[in-house]
Design a protein around this ligand. Sequence first.
Ligand SMILES: *Cc1c(COP(=O)(O)O)cnc(C)c1O
Length: 374
Amino acid sequence: MAVDYQSLAVKGVQALSPYQPGKPIEELARELGLNPAEIVKLASNENPLGPSDKAMAAARKALEEMCLYPDGNGFDLKQALSKRFGVGMNQITLGNGSNDVLEVIARCFADSDSEVVFSQYAFAVYPIVTQAIGAKGVSVPARDWGHDLDAMAAAVTDRTKLVFVANPNNPTGTVHEADAIEAFLDRIPERVLVVLDEAYCEYLTGDEYPDGTKLLARFPNLIVCRTFSKAWGLAALRVGYAISSPEIADILNRVRQPFNVDTVALAAATAVLEDEAYLNRSREVNEAGLRQLCEGFDRMGLPYIPSAGNFVAVEVGEQAAGVYQALLAHGVIVRPVAGYGMPCHLRVSVGLPEEIDRFLDALAEALVSAGEGG
Ligand SMILES: *Cc1c(COP(=O)(O)O)cnc(C)c1O
C-alpha cells in the first residue's frame, strides 16, 4: 500500500502554492542556448549596480572563516544597525533575508486559531507564511492597487494576531505617507502586531514618508522589517532584520535558527552600511531608471502603476503571458504577476540605462508578436 504523503502534510501546507521567484538567467540561457551575458534580467528587484566594493572586500575576507560557525548573535551587524537607527541592539532580530523574519514573526504570534490581515496585491510571502502555519489569511481588497488602510483596520477582529503592511508595496509600488500610516496604527489595538515591511524604504527620500524606526516608541505593537537585498545590493547573501520593542525581539530571537545569517553575509552587511556612496548611487540609478521606464511606457501608451520602489507594474493587457514569453525569446526576463491576481500586468525591475533600452525595444516587438497570437 503506497502511503499518500500529501495527506500527511499539515492542512495549510497541503494547499500551499510555493513562492514563484523570477526566472534565473542561467535557466533561460540553458533553455534558449544563449550566452548568459546577453540576457537582461529585470525580474527580481535586484540592484543593477552590482555589489558595493566595500561589501565585496569584507565578504572575501570573511570567507577565510568558513570552517567556523557564524556569530549567532550577529554582534557587529547589530551594533552597526543600532548606531544607524538609534535603537538598542536588543531591539534587533536578524534574518536569512527579511523573508525569514516574516516567517518567524508569523510562527511566534499566530496559529490555527488566528487571523492574519494583509492587502490584496500585497507581497506574496504574507499569505504563504500565514497558510503554512494554518492561520486564516484575510485579504483586504486594495484601493487603486494600494493598501486600503481603513478597510484593513476595519478587518481586525478578536482573532486577528497580525497585520502585514508593505510600504512601499511589491509588486504594485504603491506607498502611503507618514500621516496615513500613523493614523492606521492609531486604529489598531495594541494586542494586534503590525508588521511594517519597509523593504524599499531606502528609495524613499521625501519627508512625507514614514520611517518605521521612528514610530516604535509610540506604537509598542509595531515590528519594522527591512532588508539588504534591494538598495544595499546583497540579495544573494540573504540578510534582513526586524526592529521592534526589546520584548518582541526577545520572542523572535527564541524561534529563529541560531545561525540563520552566515559569516559572509554578516560581514558584507556590516561593511555596506558604511558605504553611503553606494546607497546614494543606488538611489540615483533607481530614480533615473524609473523615469526612463515610465517615459518608455508613456511613448507606447501603456498604463502603469506609479511606483516608489525599484520596479514598475505595467499593464500590457490580456496577452500579458504571451508578452512575457516573447520577451524571454528576446533574452529579457521580467516578472509575470498573474499569481498576484494581476493577469494584465508585468512587473519590471529598474536596470541600468542600456538594460532598460533593451527591455523597451524588446517590449515594443513583443507587444506586436503577442498581439498576433505569436
Ligand atoms: C524583496 C522583498 C522583501 C525582502 O526579501 P529578502 O530578500 O528576503 O530580504 C521583503 N518584503 C518585500 C515587500 C519585498 O519586496
